[in-house]
Design a protein around this ligand. Structure first.
Ligand code: IMP
Ligand code: MG
Length: 183
């Protein structure tokens, strides 16, 4: 589905599918070089990161096993609190692995900083983050994000894996959701 098909539900396309795919090639080139000869494990955070993982992993020039984690962060309202509960844990042992967390978006960064600490405590050799999108609030917490696709404004976005109430994940582009949809 392209943005034109839901034009009445969005206000603006922020990043097109073409821009996303070009960016993933660029980041994959860097990651392929940085992790050459290393025991790399890609860890995707369900469900938002599924599209990024699918396209990014296939752009790599090195073999990279992937694993998945599902977490939920509780708190008042829609903002994450940093209190994270594991809903699906990893299948792989992280000991001596070079872990690259693949994320759709960093907003408050609380989920990610919790994951970083958690993975380090499991004995990973290194833990780094690739986030396709980053919002301005992410700068407020110290979350070590080595690879970033696009810095975007502080708007609620959907598409390319990102949802609103489980909708719009299959939109190819990243777009700002129109306020009338969620109000
Ligand atoms: P945080 O960085 O702990 O605040 O949480 C980030 C998570 O919240 C992401 O992995 C997304 O699942 C979700 N999220 C944050 N901003 C958006 C958005 O604009 N659209 C859809 N999901 C979002
Ligand atoms: Mg997510």
């Amino acid at each position: 589905m392209r943005a034109a098909e839901v034009s009445s539900e969005i206000t603006q396309v922020l990043v097109t599918e073409e821009q996303i795919l070009a960016k993933l090639e660029e980041v994959a080139e860097r990651v392929s070089a940085d992790y050459e000869g290393k025991n790399l494990l890609l860890v995707g955070v369900l469900k938002g990161a599924i599209m990024v993982m699918a396209d990014f992993s296939r752009s790599l020039r090195i073999t990279a096993p992937m694993d998945w984690m599902a977490v939920s962060s509780y708190g008042a309202g829609t903002k994450s609190s940093g209190v994270v509960q594991i809903r699906k844990d990893l299948d792989e042992d992280l000991h001596d692995r070079h872990v690259l967390i693949v994320e759709d978006i960093i907003d408050s960064g609380l989920t990610l900083s919790w994951l970083l600490e958690n993975f380090e405590s499991r004995g990973a050799a290194s833990v780094e983050v690739f986030a396709l999108l980053r919002k301005p609030d992410a700068a407020k917490v110290e979350v070590r994000c080595k690879y970033v696709g696009f810095d975007i404004p502080n708007e609620f976005v959907v598409g390319y894996g990102l949802d609103y109430a489980e909708k719009y994940r299959n939109l190819r582009d990243v777009a700002v959701l129109a306020p009338h949809v969620y109000s």
